[in-house]
Design a protein around this ligand. Structure first.
Ligand code: SF4
Length: 895
């Protein structure tokens, strides 16, 4: 590089393949100047080739502006959208516009002529031709130069002597040169530039390579970060990902946690220790997104999730207290299963909650005044004013990255205001859609100072040298990439012109060339790949064949973790701490406890769950559901079953109804009554009728199961009961009690999965029936599993033949396995002890985070629990379970 810097010092212009390399050159040049003792020097011309061309064109023809990328994209998008409106509607207009505009640019770049006879073209290529013609006319009419014509324009001016070629030009870091770049370089040479290519024939030997198989992409990112911590602090490290898009999230998260542990703390303002070349669409920036969410809301009913995004946004609430109030309004709307809501609902709910609704009032007023069509520049101003009216960001303290996001949003509004000629007059909704489109094509990357750790894709690494490299994601699917031809250009044309991503051969050749260059870019290279990716087994890239491979038994602990949670855990382990884990229920609290048998059930599932729900009053905010929510469906079923047995009274009534063929009519009447008045808006009554038919069929299925029983009489339905357990009152409602052969049979309806295999253990996951067995002379307890095609009894019985499919306890397989020496009375006594023990644990204040693994050790109640954010179980990993689900949520029977 030294020779090149000397050329630059002597007046050469350097054009680079990308901004990153231009910055690297600039830094190296500044260092050279300082080392030579120079105190002030002229900034050399080091810039990407496209910026250099734009500069030459600007000097040659300042009167004819270049169409900006934003305007070009907006104009193309408008043409595609209008064409879709007139012809076949497009399913994804943004995706179509983006892919077709890329095809348009490729055609210009490679000087491709599509066949004039449309018969040789696909529908997509015909559309491309149509859109290109309209676009070219519009660009001409507006008096701009199209961006992809930039190089050809410069060539024209160089030939005409209107643009001046530099005497000496360094061309740096190009892995491959596109046809239009090649034409421009030739024209510069013809115009008198002395060309120097860098690095030219690079004779640097390839570095030593260690290949590391890892479990998955996250493990790769974690290991790469930990390895970086072991390197000398003044070394320059490159992390190069052939598929950076796939790895970006894991790298950002894991590198921050490992290389800059304090940065994970909420509100932390920390300096960056790595930079990453791939930005994200501005649309996905949280601050910008929250502004766009606000602008997307009109005066009509909106989908609730749109309002929820605003109510729960940290950029909308002006204080912690207001944020909690908004969250409670949001929870209220969800609890009422409002699928849609408007600003007027929001205003009314704030009023009812005794909150100031002035902000929403001003928002409504501002929206009312914005009607009709207007120019984008006018909308840009109004959007800014509207955001201010809603109080967005007021009282919110922004960090430096958020300030950059805000600047980017303001720039976006400026861009919108330049589109008057391109887009014409728009409605409010169209203007918001236009702004969102701009945000989705504008790539935003917060400015980060130069860092010693640089994360980049294969192309961005061109020309760069490092002390160490980690090649992440060097797997068989990414290196080389699978071809992905542009759908708007016929494949035979793409292959003929050797377009990027057009064939396996091209991608293999490109990957081979870039990999060779990467391997020469540092003396030491780690190359990792995931053993499994996207649920597929995966091997290292075949291009790494023959290079070193680390031991498969490589373990993470080789490079220790520096994450806050790991280091703090180590500290905890090294400290003696007496944790009583008891938070006893006081006398006064005991009287206020409510929650019925669910308290015992939750305590058995996990003591912390019971503590959080029944004592801390943690409440899950439900999701809204289209149609009937599961809870409501459960109560409709209970109501139908109650009416069924109120009418038939037992086995005699059931048999008679069956013999007289009256059962269908009875069930139809009962189900009609059960769903009467159920609100399923916006779905029609047809949906409700389908629900009724489903319920009718379930009841008839269940009747066939009941008909297999011997004689029984329904003694009680939905019976309220009370138990005093460890000094507190536990209320319950028994779905049904039958009398059969002198025994009470306790029945609990369940629509979810049921199991009884933990009924002989001290921690049954669903102890409800066990509690009810204490209500009287119990001869059997059973779930009535009510599921289409799977209706059956699942329980335990004192004697044979009380319930179909259930043997007497003496002969039950569960007893044979666990308790060969116990009888039914012993079982009831055991259950009493178990239930009282659980109740005592709850009252004495056992609050341990201790999810119940079930009788087989495979249950994982955390999977269905809504509290992991509160108990933070994930920080220690779920100790139990293999992912099998238990029906811990119950079946909506309200217990
Ligand atoms: S998520 Fe698991 S550990 Fe946490 S409260 Fe729920 S069941 Fe207990």
């Amino acid at each position: 590089m030294e020779a090149i810097l000397n050329l630059i010092k002597n007046g050469a212009v350097a054009v680079t393949v990308n901004k990153r390399l231009a910055r690297r050159f600039q830094r190296a040049y500044d260092t050279l100047m300082k080392n030579e003792g120079t105190r002030a020097w002229e900034t050399p011309l080091i810039l990407p080739l496209s910026s250099f061309a734009a500069r030459l064109r600007e000097e040659a023809r300042p009167d004819k502006p270049l169409l900006s990328a934003t305007r070009a994209g907006a104009l193309w998008g408008k043409i595609v959208e209008e064409d879709g409106r007139e012809g076949t509607p497009l399913l994804n207009p943004e995706g179509v516009a983006s892919a077709s505009f890329e095809a348009y640019s490729l055609i210009r770049e490679y000087r491709i002529k599509l066949p004039s006879d449309d018969i040789y073209l696909t529908d997509e290529a015909r559309a491309l031709k149509r859109w290109s013609a309209v676009y070219d006319n519009e660009v001409e009419r507006l008096g701009f130069i199209e961006p992809s014509a930039l190089f050809d324009e410069v060539i024209k001016y160089l030939k005409a002597g209107r643009a001046k070629a530099p005497e000496r030009l360094v061309i740096a870091g190009f892995d491959e040169i596109t046809p239009s770049e090649s034409r421009l370089i030739s024209a510069l040479k013809a115009a008198g530039s002395d060309l120097v290519f860098w690095p030219g024939d690079d004779t640097t030997p390839a570095g030593s390579v260690t290949i590391r198989p890892m479990e998955d992409e996250v493990a790769e990112a974690i290991e790469a970060a930990r390895w970086i911590r072991t390197l000398p602090e003044d070394s320059i490290v490159g992390v190069i990902a052939p598929d950076l898009r796939k790895y970006r999230g894991a790298i950002v998260r894991e590198f921050a946690a490992e290389l800059n542990p304090p940065s994970v703390l909420p509100g932390a303002e920390v300096h960056e220790v790595f930079n990453i070349s791939l930005g994200l669409p501005l649309y996905s920036d949280p601050l910008v997104k929250s502004a766009l969410d606000i602008l997307s809301v009109g005066l009509i009913d909106e989908d609730l999730h749109k309002l929820s995004l605003i109510l729960l946004s940290p950029y909308f609430a002006q204080s912690m207290e207001e944020g909690l109030a908004f969250a409670s309004i949001d929870a209220g709307l969800k609890k009422d299963n409002c699928l849609k809501a408007s600003l007027f609902d929001l205003r009314a709910r704030l009023g009812r909650a005794g909150r100031d609704a002035a902000r929403v009032e001003r928002w409504i007023t501002a929206l009312r005044s914005q009607r009709g069509k207007d120019a984008p520049s006018r909308w840009a101003l109004l959007f800014g004013a509207l955001l201010k009216e809603t109080g967005w960001l007021k009282g919110v303290k922004l960090g430096s990255k958020e300030h950059q996001s805000l600047d980017a949003l303001n720039k976006l509004l400026e861009e919108l205001s330049t589109l008057d000629e391109v887009l014409g007059a728009l409605t409010f909704k169209e203007a918001v859609a236009g702004l969102k489109r701009l945000a989705s094509v504008t790539i935003h990357q917060a400015e980060v100072p130069d860092c010693r750790v640089e994360v980049m894709g294969l192309l961005e690494s061109a020309g760069l040298k490092f002390d160490y490299i980690w090649l992440i994601g060097a797997d068989e699917f990414s290196l080389p990439k699978a071809p992905a031809p542009n759908p708007f250009i016929p494949l035979f044309i793409q292959k003929e012109h050797n377009l990027p991503l057009s064939s396996h051969e091209r991608e293999l050749e490109f990957a081979r060339r870039t990999l060779e260059r990467v391997l020469r870019s540092a003396p030491s290279i780690q190359a990792s790949f995931p053993k499994v990716t996207e649920e597929k087994e995966c091997d290292a890239s075949p291009l790494l064949k023959g290079l070193g491979r680390a031991d498969e038994t490589f373990i993470a602990s080789k490079w220790p973790s520096s994450r806050l949670k790991d280091t703090s855990r180590l500290n905890v382990l090294s400290e003696v701490y007496a944790d009583p884990s008891l938070v006893p229920v006081g006398e006064a609290e005991l009287k206020t406890l409510s929650g019925g048998t669910a308290i015992i059930k939750d305590h058995s599932i996990c003591p912390f769950r019971a503590f959080a729900i029944h004592r801390l009053k943690a409440v899950e905010v439900p999701d809204t559901e289209l149609g009937i929510a599961p809870m409501k469906r459960g109560s409709i079923l209970h109501e139908a079953m109650r009416a069924f047995w109120d009418k038939l009274k037992g086995s005699d009534g059931l048999k008679t109804a069956m013999e007289k063929k009256e059962l269908n009519d009875i069930v139809r009447d009962i189900t009609r009554e059960a769903i009467k008045g159920v609100d399923v808006a916006p779905l029609s009554d047809k949906f409700l009728e389908m629900e009724r038919q489903r319920l009718e069929s379930l009841l008839l299925d269940w009747a066939t199961v009941e008909a297999k029983r011997g004689d029984f009489r329904v003694k009680a339905v939905e019976q309220e009961t009370e138990f005093i357990l460890s000094g507190f009152k536990v209320k319950g409602r028994i779905d049904r009690i039958d009398e059969a052969g002198g025994n009470d049979v306790v029945v609990d309806y369940k629509t979810g999965t049921v199991q009884r295999n933990d009924w002989l253990t001290a921690r049954p996951l669903d102890p409800q029936l066990l509690i009810y067995s204490m209500a009287g002379a119990c001869g059997a307890v059973t779930f009535a599993r009510l599921a289409p095609g799977e209706c059956k009894f699942v329980g335990l019985s004192h004697e044979d033949n009380i319930l179909p499919g259930i043997k007497g306890f003496e002969n039950d397989s569960l007893r044979a396995k666990a308790w060969p020496d116990k009888d039914w009375e012993g079982l009831l006594g055991f259950w009493k002890t178990v239930i009282e023990g659980l109740a005592r644990g709850f009252v004495e204040g056992v609050v341990a985070v201790d999810p119940n693994p079930g009788a087989d050790g495979k249950a994982d109640p955390c999977k269905l629990c809504e509290l992991p954010a509160l108990c933070r179980i994930a920080e220690y990993g779920t100790p139990h379970g293999n992912g099998e689900e238990n029906d811990v949520e119950g079946d909506g029977d309200g217990d």
